[in-house]
Write a protein that binds this ligand. Structure first.
Ligand SMILES: [Zn+2]
Length: 264
């Protein structure tokens, strides 16, 4: 994969804002023969460089954490502030998909345009939401909130692959939801892919054992291959919920140990 020598390089951060204890058997289709604790971390991501700041996903609020029985650690805006980024001033937010843990918190980003796959909005507002197995991880008020932003002219729809800025592109994966997209970023260590829930854990993609919340298992498996083709190496693919992300990548400062990882 070539990169224009003049294309900007970006810093990329994973910011943990919530946590949830669960068993490994809940994280793979067909369970896990070596069942044990396998918790989820919840992240938003910050991409910064060339005078731009881009936030990927917006996370859930404390109230939503209480409703869903998740442990809310801090407001995503607070974590952004710890990196010197002001959520209220962010102009571009990529929403990887419309599940409750990736969208919402709209009021924290009053200046943002939201980047969403057209297919995701169709999925979240269409006939499949009549079935609990598909709508379970959606919150109707989050979806309605996105519809309101459409009417405010604040949503930019993407259909498939799309270059957002030089060195930052969106790629439709599907699988987990119909319109899930991943973000590829040019960094000093090569192409990095923010997988979000195209792979919740390293193990899902590395062992090709899909996560059980899924629109299309076939698309999810194709997505693992697609991401390997997009990224500099498998280690450049950042899963959406794996606590190992904070172990495999350094904190930008001692104070942010266990909270923020620098991925580039
Ligand atoms: Zn998720």
């Amino acid at each position: 994969m070539s990169r224009h020598a003049s294309a900007p390089l970006y810093e990329v951060y994973a910011l943990k804002y919530a946590h949830h204890e669960r068993r490994a058997s809940e994280n793979f289709i067909g369970g896990d023969p070596h069942d044990g604790p396998m918790p989820l971390d919840y992240f938003v991501w910050l991409v910064r460089g060339a005078g731009r700041e881009l936030v990927v996903d917006t996370g859930f609020s404390r109230a939503m954490a209480a409703k869903r029985g998740r442990e809310h650690l801090r407001c995503p805006a607070e974590s952004l502030r710890s990196l010197g980024a002001d959520a209220a001033a962010i102009r571009d937010v990529v929403i990887t998909h419309l599940h409750y843990d990736h969208v919402g918190n709209f009021e924290l980003f009053p200046a943002a345009t939201f980047h969403l796959q057209e297919r995701e909005m169709g999925y979240a507002t269409g006939r499949y939401m009549g079935s609990e197995c598909f709508r379970g991880a959606f919150e109707v008020e989050d979806v309605a909130g996105m519809v309101r932003r459409v009417y405010q002219g604040r949503v930019r729809f993407h259909d498939g692959d799309s270059e957002l800025f030089p060195g930052i592109s969106l790629h439709l994966i599907g699988g987990h939801t119909m319109g899930l997209q991943v973000v590829r970023v040019a960094t000093r260590r090569g192409w990095l892919v923010l997988a979000s829930d195209a792979s919740h854990f390293y193990a899902n993609m590395e062992e090709e054992r899909p996560f059980p919340i899924v629109w299309s298992v076939a698309e999810m498996l194709d997505g693992y291959r697609r991401m390997r083709a997009l990224a500099e190496s498998p280690a450049h693919i950042i899963p959406g919920h794996d606590p190992l992300v904070l172990e495999r990548h350094p904190a930008p400062s001692a104070a942010l140990q266990g909270v923020v990882a620098r991925l580039d």
